[in-house]
Design a protein around this ligand. Structure first.
Ligand code: C2E
Ligand code: CA
Ligand code: CA
Ligand code: CA
Length: 278
């Protein structure tokens, strides 16, 4: 009996070992990539569901690995979080987003740029002050940068997160709850969180025109967000029909492949000029 249960256990261990070895290797590389030109911030537009005007840009991290090609953030962000590398990484990304925001302003594009931050970032008691310092040093206004974070960030240490959010919102930096509806945070947190927007997860949006249940959830979430005085942003909008339905439901902003994919800064500047209403 022991042998029977021992076999899958050994297989699993070997797999785990291999995985953790690769993780350690990759983290060393990620650390180096930080100082090199392998990490890029791409930007995906958020637009108005009615007239299509640009409302904001979300920065999304891209790692162009010299051997492995593009590595999606989902494959290395969890490791960066576990090891604490997330702290210098987020600082670097905020600084780049600030510099890119100045470039956008020079090109006549005046919308906020949002940066994704991790649960772990809030464990740094200086986090809010660091964000404000980066904005100040770049010569930007707090309105120029926004943050997105997921509900799981709150669960870990609600008091610290709420304090940091208070500090940021009071200073004028808007914050959005990302992937709303998929996390485990209860609705009572939502009431206490000083945020300005909810981002509805793609899981509900992508198939809402084919699945009535998804459409119902989307409608309810938009109503809840508005009742709480929050903006509601839908992500994962892949076609015109979904866009129209979201407009009818009163959604404030839309984002998705059907509008534009994430792009390098120069492309997003060209895209905006080509798509701005006359
Ligand atoms: P997220 O913040 O929910 O970002 C949205 C993800 O959905 C992005 O994937 C985006 O490319 C993708 N997406 C946008 N529109 C559509 C659509 O219409 N259809 C589909 N199928 N996908 C769409 P990406 O760039 O691979 O990022 C994945 C996740 O990695 C992000 O989810 C975010 O949690 C994390 N991430 C990305 N960049 C950063 C970063 O700079 N810092 C941190 N902490 N996390 C990041
Ligand atoms: Ca996001
Ligand atoms: Ca999201
Ligand atoms: Ca996500």
């Amino acid at each position: 009996e022991a042998r029977i249960s021992g076999l899958p256990c050994r297989v699993w261990n070997a797999e785990q070992e291999e995985r953790s070895r690769r993780t350690v290797e990759r983290l060393g590389e990620l650390q180096e990539a930080l100082g090199r030109e392998q990490l890029h911030l791409w930007y995906q537009p958020k637009t108005h569901p009615d007239d299509g005007r640009l409302l904001g840009l979300e920065g999304l991290l891209r790692w162009e690995h010299p051997r492995l090609g593009n590595i999606p953030p989902d494959e290395f962000m969890p490791q960066a979080e576990h090891t604490g590398l997330i702290h210098p990484l987020t600082r670097e990304l905020l600084e780049r987003a600030a510099a890119d925001t100045l470039r956008l302003r020079e090109s006549g594009i005046d919308v906020p740029v949002s940066v994704n931050v991790s649960a772990r970032n809030f464990l740094d008691p200086e986090f809010a002050e660091r964000v404000l310092a980066i904005i100040r040093e770049a010569g930007l206004s707090p309105r120029d940068l926004e943050l997105e974070f997921t509900e799981t960030a709150v669960m870990a240490n609600p008091e610290e997160v709420i304090a940091a959010l208070d500090r940021l919102q009071n200073a004028g930096v808007d914050v959005a709850i990302d992937d709303f509806g998929t996390g485990q945070a209860s609705l009572s947190y939502l009431r206490r969180l000083p945020v300005h927007a909810l981002k509805l997860d793609q899981a509900f949006v992508r198939e809402m025109t084919r699945r009535p249940v998804d459409a119902q959830i989307t409608r309810a979430a938009i109503g809840l967000g508005h009742d709480l005085g929050l903006q509601v942003v839908a992500e994962g909008v892949e076609d015109e029909e979904t866009l129209n339905e979201l407009h009818q439901l009163g959604c404030d902003a839309v984002q998705g492949y059907g509008i534009a994919r994430p792009m390098p800064l120069d492309d997003v500047i060209r895209w905006t000029h080509a798509n701005s209403p006359p």
